[in-house]
Design a protein around this ligand. Structure first.
Ligand SMILES: NC(=O)c1ccc[n+]([C@@H]2O[C@H](COP(=O)([O-])OP(=O)(O)OC[C@H]3O[C@@H](n4cnc5c(N)ncnc54)[C@H](OP(=O)(O)O)[C@@H]3O)[C@@H](O)[C@H]2O)c1
Length: 220
């Protein structure tokens, strides 16, 4: 399994404003992300991202195939009217829930044409999920946030690559979500160490930074 995290943040590390605006990338950068999607088997997001942005997660700005879409959603809260579930019969869509998800929620999601994967008890067990996905032939996953999901993937050492677009803007706001949320570490020295593999300076003023984990287990 190859796992890439991709995100866009402001210079002060925010991935959206407190009011929920997450339009951080330029059109050029969005095209890059869509091209990246065409080379991925699946795009994965957390349920809070679906509730905030109602994304499509297709590769419509690039030439190539759409990846499958996966939502990490313990209780099966994804709305039936979300764009993902409304288009689940056109583009493969999977919702990863836990044993906490009510039968009715699971039934409602399946009714839309999406597949339900049960992994874990409280929050979604990402290791179990990734191995279930691998059995379904999904080998390249693009994780597109938000901050809570990014934390879980990084914390478990599951990311092979992290690509971050830094936009030349400052959003501020103590309640604005950041690139990585979760519980965090007490000491910087315990933090996840990464190596800068590539830095691209764009005409838009954006920086696209490519990192790989310090302990290299990557072939990227
Ligand atoms: N700029 C960007 O690149 C970008 C990209 C994506 C999102 N965003 C922004 O990010 C914000 C949402 O981010 P967020 O951090 O609040 O939430 P998130 O990561 O999208 O979703 C987190 C939720 O996923 C569920 N979950 C289940 N299992 C999990 C696990 N193992 N690890 C982590 N989460 C798990 C939990 O809800 P349950 O307990 O209910 O399952 C959790 O609260 C939005 O404002 C969105 O616009 C920005």
């Amino acid at each position: 399994m190859k796992v890439t995290i991709n995100a866009a943040m402001t210079l002060d590390g925010k991935i959206a404003t407190a009011a929920g605006d997450s339009a951080i990338s330029s059109k050029d950068d969005l095209k890059r992300v869509h091209r990246l999607r065409t080379t991925s088997d699946a795009v994965m997001v957390g349920i809070s991202t679906v509730l905030a942005d109602d994304p499509m997660l297709t590769a419509r700005l690039a030439r190539g195939r759409n990846p499958a879409r996966i939502v990490v959603d313990s209780r099966g809260r994804i709305p039936s009217e979300s764009r993902l579930l409304r288009t689940a019969r056109e583009t493969r869509t999977m919702v990863a829930v836990t044993e906490r998800a009510a039968k009715e929620a699971v039934g409602r999601i399946e009714e839309s044409g999406a597949e339900v994967i049960v992994a874990g008890k409280e929050s979604v067990d990402l290791r179990a999920l990734f191995s279930a996905l691998e059995k379904k032939g999904i080998r390249k996953i693009l994780v597109e946030g938000g901050g809570e999901l990014n934390w879980s993937v990084l914390r478990l050492g599951l990311a092979d690559r992290l690509i971050v677009t830094v936009a030349p803007r400052i959003a501020g706001g103590r309640l604005a979500p950041t690139l990585v949320e979760g519980d965090g570490f007490d000491q910087i020295s315990k933090g996840i160490r990464l190596k800068l593999a590539k830095a691209e300076r764009k005409k838009t003023g954006e920086l696209v930074l490519h990192y790989i984990p310090g302990k290299i287990h990557s072939t990227f």
